[in-house]
Design a protein around this ligand. Structure first.
Ligand SMILES: [Fe+2]
Length: 160
C-alpha cells in the first residue's frame, strides 16, 4: 500500500481495493469475451450485432480503466495482466463453439448480467463499509452496462 491523500481510513481503502480488484478481473475477462464474440460471429444479423458488441466492449474497457484507476487512487496496485486475470477471474469461461448469432447474444447477455450482479454486490459491501465514492463510480458504470445489456438482449425473440 502506498501513501495517498485520499482521506478514507486505511481499512476502508484496503477493503474497497479488494472488492474492486475482484471486479477488475471479471471485467477484463468480459471485455475479451465480447471482442472474441465480435470477431467470430457470423449470420444474418451480423452487422448490427457485430457493431453493437464493439460499442459494448468500449464501455466495458472504460469501466476497466475506471476500476483500475480507483484502486490506484486508494493506494493499491491494480492487477490486470492476462496471467492474473486467467487465474483469478470468476466469469464463466467462454464457450468452445456457437451455433448462431442468437447464442452469441445469449452468452454475452449472461456475462454482462454476471458482472452487473458482481458489481451490485461490491457496491452493497462498500456502501456498508463507508466508501460512497467507489459506490458512485460503480453506480454510474453499471447504469451504462444495464442499458447496453438491454440493447443486446432486445435482439432476441420476445420471451414470455
Ligand atoms: Fe472491430
Amino acid at each position: 500500500m502506498s501513501h495517498t491523500y485520499e482521506t478514507l481510513p486505511e481499512n476502508v481503502k484496503q477493503y474497497s481495493a479488494q472488492e474492486l480488484q475482484k471486479l477488475l478481473y471479471s471485467t477484463i475477462d468480459l471485455n475479451m469475451q465480447i471482442k472474441e464474440s465480435h470477431w467470430t460471429m457470423a449470420g444474418r444479423e451480423f452487422l448490427s450485432v457485430h457493431r453493437l458488441f464493439d460499442e459494448v466492449a468500449e464501455v466495458i474497457e472504460d469501466t476497466v480503466d475506471d476500476i483500475a484507476e480507483r484502486i490506484a487512487q486508494l493506494g493499491h496496485k491494480p492487477e490486470g495482466t492476462l496471467q492474473k486475470v486467467a487465474e483469478k477471474s470468476s466469469l464463466p469461461t467462454y464457450p468452445k463453439s456457437f451455433s448462431s448469432i442468437d447464442e452469441h447474444i445469449e452468452v454475452i447477455g449472461q456475462r454482462l448480467a454476471f458482472v452487473t450482479s458482481q458489481a451490485l454486490q461490491a457496491m452493497a459491501n462498500m456502501e456498508e463499509n463507508g466508501d460512497p465514492i467507489s459506490v458512485d463510480l460503480l453506480t454510474a458504470r453499471t447504469r451504462e452496462i444495464d442499458k447496453l445489456t438491454w440493447l443486446v438482449e432486445s435482439h432476441l425473440p420476445q420471451r414470455k
